[in-house]
Write a protein that binds this ligand. Structure first.
Ligand SMILES: Nc1nc2c(c(=O)[nH]1)N[C@H]1C(S)=C(S)[C@@H](COP(=O)(O)O)O[C@H]1N2
Ligand SMILES: [Mo]
Length: 239
């Protein structure tokens, strides 16, 4: 057996332990198998080597105290319409070049470790707001689905037709969340319920609301990088 490095993030096995997501039927991806039969070998394996290396390089950026939250400053910015999603029926699809494609209900998501952060949201249109977001680290979802070593980008599809793509490193940054809370309250529909992206390392337009599908890919479609990007906005959009 090869050398196994100590893990700096939640391993797939550990995640399943802490979240209690060990039941048969949790995983609806792939061909309907569950984690504890066919995939048993993969559970104890570390993420692929390039991903592991990437995780080690990532440091959180400083956050704000809860007292700094600017509750009135986050403007609703929606390009077209506001989709209404029934949270009870909702399933987040996670697929693409992964070992374990999944469909997660809100209940599944809420069993995963909750991370809360107070960060600045910056819209390219010239406004900003300090906001608290609560949700699941995208890297924890990554640990569950196990992207293949070919993966370099992540697509996020939204219920209003919005779409975004991120580089994998930014997606697995420790403060990139799939959020379902804002300022300590359940996320409102206007702000992207049931689930949206939130991260202090990217401009507002990268932070997709009403995310329905997360797809791991090795290449981007040149004419489909993101709703605003395809109209000339910068793709990386780092802060
Ligand atoms: N699905 C979807 N996500 C979206 C948008 C959108 O129109 N549709 N607008 C983006 C922009 S430009 C910004 S600034 C933020 C605004 O988030 P908020 O409306 O919760 O303040 O959402 C981003 N995510
Ligand atoms: Mo924005």
């Amino acid at each position: 057996m090869s050398l196994i490095l100590p893990k700096r993030t939640l391993s797939r096995r550990r995640l399943l332990q802490v979240s209690g997501l060990s039941g048969v039927g949790f995983l609806l991806g792939g061909c309907g198998t569950n984690l504890f039969s066919d995939n048993l070998r993969q559970i104890s394996e570390p993420l692929n080597q390039s991903l592991e290396a990437l995780l080690l390089t990532q440091k959180p950026i400083p956050e704000f105290p809860v007292s700094a939250i600017e509750a009135d400053k986050l403007l609703v910015n929606t390009f077209d319409f506001t989709p209404q999603i029934d949270p009870a029926q909702f399933r987040l699809i996670i697929d693409g070049e992964v070992n374990n494609a999944m469909q997660l209900s809100m209940a599944d998501i809420q069993k995963l470790p909750l991370t809360s952060m107070v960060i600045r949201h910056v819209c390219v249109e010239g406004w900003a707001a300090i906001v608290q977001w609560g949700g699941v680290r995208l890297r924890d979802l990554v640990a569950l689905v196990q992207p293949k070593s070919s993966v370099r980008y992540v697509y996020f599809k939204s219920a209003d037709g919005y779409y975004e793509s991120w580089d994998l490193a930014s997606a697995i940054h420790p403060q990139t969340l799939i959020a379902y809370q804002k300022n300590g309250q359940p996320l409102s529909v206007d702000n992207g319920a049931p689930m949206r992206l939130a991260s202090p390392i990217k401009l507002g337009y990268k932070q997709s609301k009403w995310v329905t599908q997360i797809t791991f890919v090795s290449n981007l479609l040149p004419t489909k990088k993101g709703y605003w990007e395809d109209q000339g906005y910068e793709w990386f959009a780092g802060l």
